[in-house]
Design a protein around this ligand. Structure first.
Ligand code: IDP
Ligand code: MG
Length: 160
């Protein structure tokens, strides 16, 4: 019952900065299972579906520009309390406020103050589903059933 799946995207800034390997490593290190992974370059229409809840926000145009400016690495991670665990590892939305030890806190320092006046999006390396409900919608949007895999990891002996 506690076994969850969550969607993670390494955003264009993370891919272009060559941080994908180190970000993925952190998820493997805690024993999360990668059950799906691909690279995808989304367009404006896909962005509006993925960020449907944010389309009316003033920062949305900048967000769309940022998320469509290059390919992202999309993955589905599975584990106990995966949604909450991954959000904890990702850290606060604003890298300047994100705690040290989190992905956003360790690899970026962008601030709302720096972006808001120019209508740009916060560049924070990574997206992760915010709630279990959000994760179900997002996993179904990004991955078809044939792109998600069931297999055993060594962690299952020790973690689950
Ligand atoms: P989250 O990614 O931490 O869940 P959301 O509120 O869902 O944060 O926003 C999605 C993305 O939109 C953020 O990761 C960030 O890139 C961008 N964003 C959110 N709020 C702002 C803002 O106030 N100014 C600029 N960009 C923002
Ligand atoms: Mg969100």
């Amino acid at each position: 019952m506690m076994l969850e799946r969550t969607l993670v995207l390494i955003k264009p800034d993370g891919v272009q900065r060559g941080l994908s390997g180190r970000v993925i490593q952190r998820f493997e290190d805690v024993g999360l299972k990668i059950v799906g992974m691909k690279m995808k370059w989304i367009d404006a229409s896909f962005s509006k579906t993925h960020y449907a809840a944010l389309v009316s926000k003033p920062f949305y145009p900048g967000l769309e520009k940022m998320i469509t400016e290059g390919p992202v690495i999309a993955m589905v991670l599975e584990g106990l309390h995966a949604v909450e665990l991954v959000r904890k590892m990702v850290g606060a939305t604003e890298p300047k406020s994100a705690a040290p030890g989190t992905i956003r806190g360790d690899f970026a320092h962008h601030s709302y103050a720096a972006t808001d006046k120019e209508g740009r999006s916060i560049k924070n390396i990574i997206h992760a589903s915010g709630t279990l409900e959000e994760s179900k919608v997002e996993v179904a949007l990004w991955f078809g059933p044939s792109e998600l895999f069931t297999y055993k990891t060594v962690h299952e002996m020790h973690v689950f």
